[in-house]
Design a protein. Structure first.
Length: 555
């Protein structure tokens, strides 16, 4: 793995630096990203991936992708494939090696028996509701289960019978014996194993008991030699249990991993959380997990975001212990800055209105030179056909314009970008009074680049030749949520009905016929776009808008 760029250090790197200074972990750095394969990854996971991966790379260490597949009821191989694709995209030099919690089920079972034999775990017959009742509250201690003092021999026998499947699901559970009066509710005899008959994607039907996350996770870290177990803030209260598990298992007592928490990523105008995103998918409110409106990594990829822009965004927002909400405009700024120098320019008319240049010779076509990207001259030039009939944006014409409207209206003159000045002389309407055509004249002395500058105009319009153009469908994507006044209880009511607008009859420059799926462009005035489908898949190109040109966030 080559070094990843990082603009600054962070408090986690400082912890690593201190550990290396005193020789903890023999100066090793080994991190991991441990997703549960029960949904697609979102931008919040991208922050964690980039953080863990960069900490490993920049410290010449090792990074693991490990699937926390301890709950077969919710897990699926399709999620595993999607997660692998996301990480390959975000971290192109990742080795591709994968680990699974389920590969360690035998060790986890042996560890559970070790705790029983030490008198640190017991089988409980309380129901889930009774356990909640016995647990107590933040201000009141819990009550000990009547089954808490079973003998070691009885607990071992029952636990082994649980493994054999001799009890119904939910009838028995293995709990750690810690402290029912602890101020930390996670330490009040948490369940570490439960009965669960479900087919597992990796182990099949071998097991009918499965470990709980808080028990499995520290063991997985220790088995893999993880040094710094970096996770989000909601696991801070779980850290004492993480440490307790490893401290009481003989093989993991030496140089146990160190759990470190950081703040989650929350974005404005964006619903986060896999369970809520899954709800959008299950209720067909979006076009799948990779819908470009979704904050999933696959959704951003399909929308046209680059992996470089997401990594830069994650670096820019930094790593802290204080929870906050990041303005989504900052993410958009990152993609604009990434594409500004990379994306070729082109002209596209999204709502076409025909314009006929009456004094331009019929049948004549001339080719005009334009920069592929004026901010990156090395990209060269493109050739644009110009003819008697062209298309302009319908919004660029008004029959009765307001003050300071400098585009087309009867009697006004504008510049056609890369071409000539044209003056609107006549407006053609259909039987319903709708404008269907503009009749204009051009001034041949005003050709762009000719050096003619005796006369100035205030308006410049983009356009495409009607004779040399391609049909396109353009999808304009906006924020998922209408405003910030939403939460997990009402977010479905707050979905933005205009989050996807499809325009069917757009016109684009003819040279786009040479473009391929995944190519990105800047449409003048409209924003950055990516080709989602090419003309070979249908009768026209399909573009997704990545982001508009306007930014409301500045560094």
């Amino acid at each position: 793995m080559s070094e990843m760029k990082s603009e600054s250090s962070n408090f986690i790197q400082k912890i690593i630096d201190n550990d290396n200074k005193v020789g903890i972990y023999d100066n090793r750095v080994h991190t991991r990203f441990p997703p549960e394969p029960n949904g697609y990854l979102h931008i919040g996971h991208a922050k964690s991936i980039c953080l863990n991966y960069s900490l490993a790379v920049n410290n010449k260490g090792t990074f693991n992708l490990r699937f926390d597949d301890t709950n077969p009821v919710k897990e699926d191989d399709k999620y595993i494939r999607a997660i692998v694709e996301d990480i390959k995209w975000l971290c192109p030099e990742w080795s591709g090696e994968m680990f699974y919690a389920s590969n360690y089920f035998d060790t986890m079972y042996e560890s559970a028996e070790e705790l029983i034999e030490k008198g640190l775990a017991y089988v409980d017959d309380l129901t889930a509701d009774e356990m909640r009742e016995y647990r107590g509250t933040l201000t009141e201690p819990g009550k000990e289960s009547p089954f808490r003092e079973r003998s070691v021999e009885e607990n071992i026998e029952i636990f082994r019978n649980m493994k054999k499947g001799e009890y119904e699901d939910g009838k028995k559970a293995l709990r750690a014996k810690i402290d029912m009066a602890s101020p930390n509710l996670n330490m009040r005899d948490p369940v570490i194993y439960r009965m669960l008959r479900a087919h597992h994607h990796n182990t099949g039907d071998k097991w009918c008991i499965y470990p709980m996350y808080d028990f499995a996770h520290p063991i997985q870290d220790a088995i893999e030699g993880i040094t710094h177990s970096v996770c989000t803030l909601e696991f801070e209260d779980h850290r004492p249990l993480y440490d307790w598990v490893l401290a009481n298992l003989d093989k993991f007592k030496v140089q146990s991993p160190k759990q470190i928490e950081f703040a989650k990523l929350f974005l404005t105008k964006t619903m986060m959380g896999k369970r809520y995103l899954k709800q959008l998918v299950d209720e067909d409110l979006v076009d799948g997990w990779d819908d470009p409106r979704m904050p999933t990594i696959s959704g951003y990829r399909k929308r046209g975001y680059t992996s470089e822009s997401i990594r830069k965004f994650c670096d820019d927002i930094g790593v802290s212990k204080s929870q906050s909400v990041v303005d989504i405009a900052m993410l958009e700024h990152s993609i604009r800055e990434d594409l500004r120098m990379k994306a070729p320019r082109t002209m596209a008319v999204l709502d076409p209105l025909k314009l006929v240049i009456t004094n331009y010779p019929e049948g004549k076509v001339e080719y005009l030179d334009a920069d592929m990207n004026p901010e990156n001259p090395e990209m060269g030039k493109r050739s644009i056909p110009f003819s008697r009939e062209i298309y302009v944006e319908r919004e660029d014409f008004m029959e009765v314009p307001p003050k300071k409207f400098f585009r087309l209206f009867p009697g006004n003159e504008v510049r056609l970008r890369h071409a000539y000045f044209v003056k609107c002389n006549e407006v053609i309407k259909d039987e319903n009074g709708e404008v269907i055509e503009l009749r204009c004249t051009y001034d041949p002395k005003t050709k762009s680049g000719s050096g003619f500058n005796e006369r100035k105009v205030k308006g410049t319009l983009h356009w495409v030749s009607a004779d040399y153009t391609l049909d396109a469908e353009v999808r304009l994507y906006d924020y998922m949520m209408e405003d910030e006044d939403f939460d997990k209880t009402n977010f479905l009511e707050k979905l933005n009905p205009m989050s996807k607008v499809t325009l069917e009859n757009c016109k684009i420059e003819a040279n786009m016929s040479e473009a391929s799926i995944g190519d990105r462009f800047q449409f003048l005035r409209h924003g950055y776009f990516i080709i989602d489908k090419n003309a070979e898949e249908g009768n026209k190109l399909v573009f997704n808008r990545i982001v508009s040109l306007k930014s409301s966030w500045k560094k």
